[in-house]
Write a protein that binds this ligand. Structure first.
Ligand code: PEP
Length: 255
């Protein structure tokens, strides 16, 4: 039985006070909710404030990225040991990092290894661009990104991958539940070929891309979809809370 997970990616949004208020609001609505892991990923600069606001609650903290080294000359980067003092999860290889900042599969792989080595739980993102989907390359891209990101990794049980088709992120046009389930099956099959079927069965694969209260059920009602990575809708207490509550209810009903 895989524990479902809903993670909120706040991206480059909020300010100090609104980040605190969002964290406190989520704590009020979600703290007592069981059956689903709840994670928020604020900007680096607000991690400490949100950590403080969530201290002692069941809502976990994640970062939006991580460098692969600490204690090096890498201006602007934040190392895994620094992050592990505050955060439990780290989003790695988000499409905005890949496509706006030139992050490669090799860099993603280094980050995944470094995160695991310091006890951070990676949320490794993969997903095809619109042109790749239109050219029939979705499976090829997912296999390449999964293999590249996971090469030489000692995979723990419950490892997390987010399938995020780039064309669905922030567009208001999500994938269909069917299409997401097909892509996610490709990823699980690839992980099985690398690490064995038993390990792949423990793998948690999230869907991400314009998830909202109105469509979360379409995704989490699918057996192979273990939760969601949520961007825009994670910035509102009401919307994110409804998403988490529906995921918990539907996954509990399915088990
Ligand atoms: C994301 O940031 O990973 C994401 C899926 O964003 P949105 O939900 O806004 O599409």
């Amino acid at each position: 039985m895989r524990t479902p997970l809903i993670a909120g990616n706040w991206k480059c949004h909020t300010r100090l006070e609104s980040a605190r208020a969002l964290a406190r609001g989520l704590r009020e609505t979600l703290d007592g909710l069981e059956g689903v892991e709840k994670v928020v990923c604020p900007p680096f600069v607000y991690l400490a404030a949100v950590w403080e606001a969530l201290r002692g609650s069941s809502i976990r903290l994640g970062s939006q990225d991580v460098h692969w080294q600490d204690d090096v000359a890498a201006t602007g980067e934040v190392g895994p040991r620094m992050l592990a003092e505050l955060a439990e999860y780290a989003i790695i290889g988000h499409s905005e990092r890949r496509h706006q900042f030139g992050e490669t599969d090799e860099m993603v792989n280094r980050k995944v290894k470094a995160a695991l080595a310091t006890g951070l739980k990676p949320i490794m993102c993969v997903g095809e661009m619109l042109q790749e989907r239109q050219a029939g390359l979705t499976e090829e891209v997912l296999v390449r990104q999964a293999r590249g990101g996971l090469a030489g990794v000692e995979m723990p049980d419950g490892f997390i991958i987010a399938y995020e088709p780039v064309w669905a992120i922030g567009t208001g046009t999500p994938a269909t539940g069917e299409d997401a389930a097909i892509a996610i099956a490709v990823i699980r099959r690839e992980v099985a070929s690398m690490f064995g079927q038993a390990k792949a069965e423990t793998l948690r694969i999230l869907y991400g891309g314009s998830v909202m209260p109105e469509n979360i059920a379409e995704f989490v009602s699918k057996e192979g979809i273990d939760g969601a990575l949520v961007g825009g809708a994670s910035l509102k207490v009401d919307a994110f809370s409804v998403i988490v509550e529906m995921a918990a209810r539907l996954k509990a009903g399915a088990s």
